[in-house]
Design a protein around this ligand. Sequence first.
Ligand code: PMP
Length: 385
Amino acid sequence: MICAHWSQALDRLAARHLKRELRLVERHGSVIVRDGRTLVNLASNDYLGLASDQRLIAAASAALERYGVGAGASRLLAGNFSIHEELEAALAEFKRAEAALVFSSGYATNVGILMALATPRDHLYLDELVHASIHDGARLSGARVERFRHADANDLERRLRENASRGARIVVTDGVFSMDGDLAPLPDLIAVCERHDALLVVDDAHGTGVVGPAGRGTAAHFGVENRVPVQMGTLSKALGGQGGFVAGSRQLIQFLIQRARSFIYSTGIAPVLAAAALEALRIAEGEEWRRETIKRQRERLASALAAKGYEVRGELEAPMLLVMMGEAEAALELARALETAGAYAPAIRPPTVPHGTSRIRLAPIATHTAEQIEAVIAAFPEKTR
Ligand code: PMP
C-alpha cells in the first residue's frame, strides 16, 4: 500500500519537472567534473574557494593525527577537545560576541536554537523566506508561528503590535537570503524588535565570511553586531568545511548547552572539521581579495546577463545572483543548455522557491578566473522575450 503511494508521488513529481536527482560530481576547486566533462562550478556555497585550500587540508590533517577521526561522544560527555574551544573563542571574537557554541551542522544549529529558546507559550515571527531548518526548528519548539512579509519591518511591527499574548516573542530572519540574493533590513528589524521587546535571531549562513568588514557578516555590514542577540552561522559555506555555530552572550551559550537538544544528544563536531574551520576563519578575515573578486565577478555576471535579456535578481553585497525563469521546465532547460556549454548551475525549483518562480542560482567562487566567468556568460543563450 504505502509503496504504491511512493511510486505515485515520484511519478507525479517527475511529470511536473519537480523530481530531484542526485548527481555524481568530482570537485576540483572552482570546477567540477561530471560525466568526464570539466564544468565551471557555480552551484556551490564555497564562496571563498576554501574547501580545497591546501592550508585547510594541512590543518585538518594535523588534527586528524592528533585527535583521531570522530569526537567519539557528545561534547557534554567525552567529546569536548581543546580544538572545539579554540574554534568557539575565535568565532566569538569574529562575531564580536562574548561566546559561541559549535554544532555538527547549520541545520542542527537552527533546530537546536529554536527548540531551546521558544516554548509552546511563546510566539515566533519568521520572515516568510527563511531557510527550511528554521521552519523545522520552529515546528519542533511547539511555539505559535507567524510569517511576516519578506524583509518587511512594517509588517512585522503590525503583527507584534496586534499580538497581546504574554509569552516571549522571537523574530527570526536570514541575514542573506540565498535563493533571492538580498540582505535582511537588519537596522529596521532591530528597531522594531527593540520597541516590542522581541528577541532577534539572525541566520547568517550565507553572510559569514563573505559580507561585511573582514567577512564578519550581515550584522557587521550594517554596523549592528552588538544589537543582534543571537547570531547563527555555518562552517559549511564560505568557511569551506562543515558544521554550524551560534554566537551571543555568555548566558545565551550556557543556556543552549543545557537546552539545545541537537547539541546535547548528538556527537560533537569532528575535531578535523573544527581545525579546518579555525584555519578558514583566519584566512577569511585576512584575505580581502577573495571578497573583492566575488563582488567583481558577480557584477560582471549580472550586467552581462541583463544585457542578454535575462531578469537578474540579487544585491551587490550578496555573493550570489539569481536568473529568474518562471516555470520549472524553463529553468531545467536552461540548466541543461548551460551544462552542455560547460557551466554547472542546476535549476532551483519548488518547493525550495514558490511555484512559477523557478530560477538558476549562480554563485561565483573567489578562485574562478575572469576567463571562466566569461565562459559562463557565453554559455547563456540570448534570451528572446
Ligand atoms: N541556514 C541557511 C540559510 C542555509 O542556507 C543552510 C544550508 N542550505 C542552513 C542554514 C543549514 O546549514 P548546513 O548546510 O551547515 O546544515
